[in-house]
Design a protein around this ligand. Structure first.
Ligand code: OOG
Ligand code: MG
Length: 258
């Protein structure tokens, strides 16, 4: 695939995200579109956001739990890039109109105190963490009907659209098996455990250090790393209040405005 073709796809996914317009899957018209091409398109599309003044704040891991893999029918761990424009204020209202078909999912976020890159052990990974927090990711596939293959979703920045972070906690907390619950208007809709995230969320951080090493220079001190959804994602409707509670760490809330 030529650089010009990759750039064209980068414009397509970037414009779809910017204008909340659904697009057909890239692999529909280009069955040879590979995962490697897709990560290049993702990087080029994020370059466009950086050119518009957005700032890189970290990375998100995706499809790190069985529940998530089953929900979207793709079973490979993926990653995407986070920018400051994606930060949503805890307790505030997000604007539904800015998205195609937004969903929220319960996650755990890491704040990096040190750089971390390449092949690392779980102990090395945790030693580089400054804090952990209960979090939610707002995902919004730009593809029609939230349907995609692995290369499609990777090109679309792994569906990432927003993140809400709760209070940062001491990283000494054992986060390997914490109860995680999603409530919508006070009613429980999803229940799970942080252990659903690759057996232990720290494994998602280890994977993040390895997967981002080649193309993104690894994780940097100050980066936020989203570990991936512990349960299936919840499709949003206007007016809802969505709260994720993570045992020991606390909770994080957002409402859905127009
Ligand atoms: C892909 C992104 C998955 C997660 O936490 O597993 C993801 C999608 O579901 O659209 O962010
Ligand atoms: Mg996610």
């Amino acid at each position: 695939m030529t650089e010009a073709e990759l750039k064209t796809y980068a414009v397509t996914v970037d414009e779809a995200a910017r204008t909340a317009g659904a697009i057909p899957q890239i692999t529909d018209s280009n069955p040879d579109f590979s995962v490697e091409d897709a990560y290049k398109v993702q990087a080029l599309s994020i370059d466009r956001r950086i050119d518009r003044g957005e700032r890189r704040i970290g990375i998100k891991m995706g499809l790190t739990s069985r529940a998530k893999m089953i929900q979207v029918g793709v079973d490979e761990v993926i990653w995407g890039r986070l920018t400051d424009a994606m930060l949503l204020e805890e307790g505030a209202a997000l604007s539904f109109a800015k998205y195609v078909h937004p969903r929220l999912e319960p996650e755990i976020a890491f704040l990096m105190g040190d750089d971390l890159s390449g092949t690392v052990t779980a102990m090395q990974a945790m030693a580089a963490v400054e804090a952990v927090a209960p979090a939610m990711e707002l995902i919004d596939s730009r593809y029609q009907n939230f349907k995609f293959t692995l290369p499609d979703v990777v090109a679309d920045n792994s569906s990432s659209s927003g993140l809400v972070i709760g209070n940062w906690c001491d990283p000494g907390h054992d986060i390997s098996n914490l109860g995680m619950m999603v409530e919508v208007d006070g009613r429980n809709v999803e229940i799970g455990s942080s252990a659903a995230i690759l057996g232990d969320p720290v494994r998602s951080l280890v994977a993040a250090a390895r997967m981002t090493a080649k193309d993104d220079g690894g994780l940097k001190a100050g980066d936020i790393v989203m570990a991936g959804g512990a349960t299936a994602a919840h499709s949003l409707s206007i007016g809802e209040t969505v709260r994720t509670i993570v045992e020991d760490l606390g909770s994080v809330t957002i409402t859905v405005g127009e």
